[in-house]
Write a protein that binds this ligand. Structure first.
Ligand SMILES: Nc1ncnc2c1ncn2[C@@H]1O[C@H](COP(=O)(O)OP(=O)(O)OP(=O)(O)O)[C@@H](O)[C@H]1O
Length: 200
């Protein structure tokens, strides 16, 4: 994964006519991770969507070197399909090789659930499915918005192991979370430090 990078420079974000934050700088190179923190409504998800290219920043520059996979509160899986098919749809779209999905299912301990329709999965199982979609994608840049929500301790351990393996391969992880995540030495960005005066 050489040349992989995610670089933000002077990023500002306004929503609904209100400036949420400004001046966010971040430079992640291969094998590096960052944790985005801050209270409800400060703009963590907005910044994740800016990083994903789904929302336009109000100011600043963003450079993405590598493919992006985003897991946020939108499950993005067909609720009626059995889990394996629902994830397989994305794996094909992402051009993932045949083993990638099997590896992702194993990483998130989803093997016993592959035949269950997505709509029947529990909250934590759905979150693990969303993480499996990211893992299977083969994307270099992982954007994980509240990846620990709904996960029990064992599943948090799986998330930590998957993130560590991705970083060891030279990937990048940017996570937004209220809770501590099992990530080793991430750069921590507290968005509260970037709140624009007029939004405070
Ligand atoms: N489409 C939109 N139009 C206008 N305002 C929006 C829109 N989406 C979000 N906002 C506002 O932007 C602010 C930041 O929202 P965002 O979801 O990024 O916060 P967050 O830090 O992720 O919050 P939480 O911790 O509750 O998930 C909130 O005040 C929210 O109401």
């Amino acid at each position: 994964m050489s040349g992989v990078a995610l670089r933000l420079s002077g990023i500002a974000c306004a929503r609904g006519g209100r400036l949420l934050f400004r001046g966010v700088d971040l430079a992640l190179e291969q094998g590096e991770s960052a944790l985005l923190r801050g209270p409800n409504g400060i703009g963590k998800s907005s910044l994740m969507r800016i990083c994903a290219g789904l929302l336009r920043q109000t100011a600043g520059r963003i450079e993405r070197r590598g493919r992006i996979a985003l897991a946020d509160e939108r499950l993005a899986l067909d609720l009626e399909e059995p889990l394996a098919q629902a994830l397989g749809f994305w794996a094909r779209l992402d051009g993932a090789d045949g083993h990638a999905l099997d590896g992702a299912l194993e990483a998130m301990a989803l093997g016993p659930l592959v035949g269950i329709p997505v709509r029947m999965l529990s909250t934590g199982q759905r979150k693990r499915a969303a993480l499996a979609r990211v893992i299977a994608s083969g994307a270099e840049l992982w954007l994980l918005d509240e990846p620990g929500n709904g996960l029990d301790d064992a599943s948090l351990g799986l998330l930590g192991a998957a993130a560590a393996a991705h970083l060891a391969r030279g990937g990048i992880v940017l996570a937004a979370s209220h809770q501590p995540l099992p990530m080793k030495s991430p750069v921590v960005i507290d968005l509260a430090a970037y709140v624009a005066e007029e939004a405070a």
